[in-house]
Design a protein around this ligand. Structure first.
Ligand code: SF4
Ligand code: SF4
Ligand code: SF4
Length: 328
């Protein structure tokens, strides 16, 4: 037991799908557990509480994964605690590394988000429009508190130092197995690196025209996935469907393309890219045939930021500048 790596996994503001990706390793996880002693992984694997993590000495944990973005005061506090207790911290998944889908909420005010979540949905019965409050007195005697909503979403490395990054929403189980094996064996790249094969989605996509000696031609049309059913054998981008495979890490083995869906970039940018959405724009714009096709693209996608920053708004230059009024 003494030689085992003390391992922790914390869910911050995400959906827990990344934790499921790890649990989905099944027998590979069992093999990895021979080398790991799980000291904190609540509530998915172990019945441990936040106070158990808070009570650990600083640097007690050898390796910690955190999934999810920073979205409230509880996330902020627990990620800071986890960082203090851990020698190596891995931001795991699109939310933790880039902000994830929830970060698109930063394109709206808090009032818009809360009204949508707690008032306007068809399944909500809330005629007085009550929002959850950080503090309230229940039945006149119970002082209840909830985490407060932060003014904007943040990635883990916008709050604390991160040692390694793993992309994906969630990370693909094959690649997770390789990453866990690399970590357990100590076979790691320099601090601050993404754990990735270094291949783009296009590199592992069976539709890549280069694999069948076809030419990539300028794209002369724009079709949204709701408008048509793509040819299942041909490159989606060549057919006019926006696909971010050329600029996205391909550790998912082109999962979406295998089921006839274009890549939306959940794997994160290829190493060295500063602003993923800007790189997506460059990749798509440079593949279009002419100005008329570019105008069609802009007409068909009425919110380009939500397209190109689908998973990466918090990490983007735009996301860092865009701050909804915290008082709104
Ligand atoms: S990256 Fe995706 S699967 Fe993971 S926590 Fe975020 S939304 Fe869930
Ligand atoms: S652009 Fe999309 S469909 Fe075409 S080869 Fe790349 S990943 Fe595959
Ligand atoms: S194809 Fe793109 S969007 Fe789909 S799982 Fe892979 S990286 Fe994510």
């Amino acid at each position: 037991m003494a030689d085992k790596i003390k391992f922790a996994f914390l869910l911050a503001g995400g959906c827990a799908g990344c934790e499921m990706a790890l649990v989905d390793l099944s027998e590979k996880l069992v093999d990895a557990l021979e080398h790991l002693e799980v000291v904190f992984w609540a509530p998915t694997v172990a019945d441990v509480k936040y106070k158990d993590l808070e009570a650990m000495p600083d640097g007690f944990i050898d390796l910690a994964f955190v999934d999810g973005m920073i979205r409230n005061s509880e996330n902020e506090h627990m990620v800071k605690v986890l960082r203090a207790k851990s020698k190596v911290l891995v931001a795991f998944g699109a939310c933790a590394t880039l902000g994830g889908i929830a970060a698109l909420g930063d394109l709206h005010t808090k009032a818009e988000l809360f009204d949508q979540a707690y008032k306007n949905t068809f399944s909500t019965d809330n005629p007085e429009g009550v929002w959850p409050q950080p503090q309230c007195l229940f039945e006149g005697k119970y002082d209840l508190t909830l985490p407060s909503f932060t003014s904007r979403c943040a990635t883990i490395d916008q709050l604390v130092d991160v040692d390694y990054y793993v992309g994906g929403c969630p990370p693909h189980h094959d690649f997770v197995a390789a990453a866990v094996t690399a970590i357990v064996s100590g076979n790691l790249p320099p601090k601050g690196a993404w754990l990735t094969s270094g291949k783009a989605v296009c590199d592992v996509c069976k539709r890549n025209p280069a694999l069948s000696d076809q030419q990539r031609l300028p794209v002369g049309d724009v079709i949204r996935t709701v408008e048509g059913r793509p040819d299942e054998t041909k490159c989606l981008l060549q057919q006019g469907y926006v696909c971010f495979g050329p600029v996205t890490q391909g550790d998912c083995n082109a999962s979406c393309l295998n089921v006839n869906i274009p890549c939306r970039g959940c794997g994160g940018p290829m190493p060295g890219v500063n602003d993923f959405g800007a790189r997506c724009v460059t990749a798509i714009a440079s593949s279009l045939k002419d100005d008329a096709t570019a105008e069609k693209l802009v007409d068909k996608y009425n919110n380009m930021a939500k397209l190109v920053y689908r998973y990466s708004f918090s990490a983007s230059t735009l996301g860092k500048k865009q701050r909804p009024d915290p008082q709104a």
